[in-house]
Design a protein around this ligand. Structure first.
Ligand code: GLN
Length: 213
């Protein structure tokens, strides 16, 4: 019996969902594939559009793209309830760029004015397009202490920033005195695009948040 359990654990197939409504889906699939290979994790990466797939995930990525579009599609397909259930169950959720905006429980004036529905899962206030016109897109080397000493080359594309955080939220990185990476238990929010380039460290960090991996 013991043997059987052990072998079952070794062959547990992890299911990682990438929310595939709009945005950087294929880039996340490819970065996640590399991260899983590096960590020798067996599993499937599922491009999720449908409510029935969300229930059984071990982790979910909400990619960058256009947050107004993604949030409308989440509501239209009735996915918000299932995503909130995952978060409550302690399933790791990674929101990158537009995905970070959707995780926030409060938006700046622009976000509130457009009435885009947020998932309101993380205790933080976010600002859309926080780096302004001149710096709409840029790349920089960030210090991210949870990744060790080697800096992380981050790509920002019309990126948001986190303006305020609550007690349970931990700052993982800052740029220009603004918070650009944060974590609240199983929820990870990145203002930049970790799926671009070839550094898998943040995807690997995210995968380690899965319980009983
Ligand atoms: N500015 C975009 C938004 O508000 C986010 C940009 C991105 O995800 N690259 O949705």
């Amino acid at each position: 019996m013991l043997r059987r359990n052990n072998s079952l654990r070794n062959f547990r197939m992890i299911r990682i969902g990438i929310l595939s409504l709009q945005g950087d889906v294929s880039e996340h699939v490819s970065m996640m594939t590399d991260a899983m290979r590096n960590m020798e994790i067996r599993g499937n990466i599922i491009e999720v559009k449908d409510r029935k797939w969300i229930k059984n995930l071990d982790a979910l990525v909400i990619p960058g793209g256009e947050s107004t579009t993604i949030s409308k599609l989440i509501s239209m397909y009735g996915l918000d309830g299932e995503i909130k259930n995952l978060a409550k169950k302690g399933i790791p959720i990674l929101g990158t760029c537009a995905g970070l905006i959707l995780l926030a429980n409060e938006g700046d004036k622009d976000i509130e004015r457009t009435k885009q529905p947020l998932l309101r899962l993380m205790d933080m206030k976010v600002k859309r397009n926080a780096f302004g016109r001149q710096r709409e897109s840029f790349e920089t080397d960030l210090e991210i202490p949870i990744l060790g000493n080697e800096k992380y080359h981050a790509v920002f594309i019309r990126a948001p920033a986190i303006e305020k955080i609550g007690k349970g939220v931990r700052v993982l990185a800052k740029y220009d005195n603004r918070i650009v990476a944060a974590q609240q238990d199983n929820l990870l929010a990145l203002a930049f695009h970790p799926e671009l380039g070839n550094d898998t460290r943040l995807h690997e960090y995210f995968l380690r948040l899965i319980k009983n991996l």
